[in-house]
Design a protein around this ligand. Sequence first.
Ligand code: FES
Ligand SMILES: [Fe+2]
Length: 405
Amino acid sequence: MNFQDRENLKQLCQSQTTGFALPREFYTSAELFDEEIKSYWNQSWIWVGHISQVPEPGDFFLFDYGPESVIIARDREGQIGAFLNICRHRGSRVCVKAAGNARVFSCPYHAWTYELNGRLRAAREMGKDFDRDAHGLLQAHVRVFQGMIFVCTAEDPPDIDAGLETLAPLTNPYGLDRMKIAHTASYPVPANWKLAVENYMECYHCGPAHLEYSKSHSLKDPASMTDEVMSEMRSSAERAGLPNGAVGINCATGAPVDVDFYFARYPLYPGYLSGSQSGAALAPLLGDIKSHVGAATDLQIGIVNNFLIYTDHVVGYRFIPRSVQETDIQVVWFVHEDAEDGRDFDVASLTWLWHVTSLDDERIIRVNQEGVNSHHFKPGPLSEMEWGIRAFYAGYLHQMQKNLT
Ligand code: FES
Ligand SMILES: [Fe+2]
C-alpha cells in the first residue's frame, strides 16, 4: 500500500483497535518507515548525548537516525549547538567523523567551510552576489537538561520545557550533569524500532525473559510491591535525601500528547542496593545522595528517551531506527564524574545486568518481528501490565495523524 497517499495512511492509523497490538503494516512497510521519520522522529525531542562528550570548544559528535544526521558541537563561546549534517551546496554530509574536535567543518566534496556555530565561512567561486549568511547549516533545536542533551529537528518543536521543569526537582539530587560515560554498547536488532520501544515500555515480559533482572527488580511482579515494601523504600529514599515524588504526565493515562514525561521509583528485592549481580553497590554515590537506596527509578523524557537510575549509576536507553527492520538498541552507562575505572568501579560488573538483559531483549524482539512478518499475524489484546504500550500507541498515532489533517 502506498503510505505517501495520505488517505491510506489515515486509514491504517485508524485501523488499530484500542487495547490491541498494531497491525502488521506498521512493522513491515518501508514507505511507512520513511513517513515515521518525517512525522514522528523529526517532530520529537531525541536524547542525543551528555555534556561530558563535548567539554571543550570545538568538541563535536554526530547523532544519526534513519536518513538523518545531526552534528552536535560546542562553539568558541561555549554554547552547545546542533546542525543538520547536510551541506548547503549540493547536500553532501559535511562531517563524516563520528566524534572529535574541529576548528571548522569543511565539506569533503567542494570544501564549503562552516564555523562551529554552523555559519558558512567560505565557499569558492560563488560570484559576488552570493549570500553566505543565507547558507549556514540548518539549525536543530537544543535543550540541555541537567547535562543530558536533547535535539529536535522540527521547525516548530513540541513543548519540552514544562515537563522538564516538573521533573527537575525530582532528578536534581542525582547530579546528572556531574556524571561521565563509563561504557556505551550497541545491540543491533533486525526489527522495527517500535517493537524495541514496546519491549522497553512493559515489564510483562520481564518474568519470562529476564532471569537476572527478575532476581533483583520488583517491577516484574507488581503484587510484590506491597504497601509495606513501598513505605520502606520511601523511608530509605528520604534518608538518602531523595524526594519521593512521582511524575506521570500523560504516559499513565495514555492521553495523546506531543511529549511524555515519567518518573517513578520501585523497590529492588532485599539485599540489593543496585542493579548488580551480588546486590552490592557498583560505584560511588551520584550527586548529593547520602546513602545507597535499594531502588530503581524509571525516568522518561519524551517517549523514545529512557533512563534507569540507581543511586550509584544511570543507564540510558535509546532505540535508533536505521531502516524498517533494523534498529540499534544503544545503552549508555553513567557514573559519577570523579569515579575512576578500576579504583571506584569495574566496567564488567557495572554493565553486567543491562548487558545480559539487552541480549535477552535483542532475542525476543527479533523473534517478535519474525512472527509479525507472517501474513497470518493478527494483533492480540494487551495485558494490564502493558499500559506503557497503550500510552506509546496513543502518542504515536496522534503524532502521525496530526500531519495528515
Ligand atoms: S556538496 Fe558540500 S561543498 Fe559541494
Ligand atoms: Fe526487556
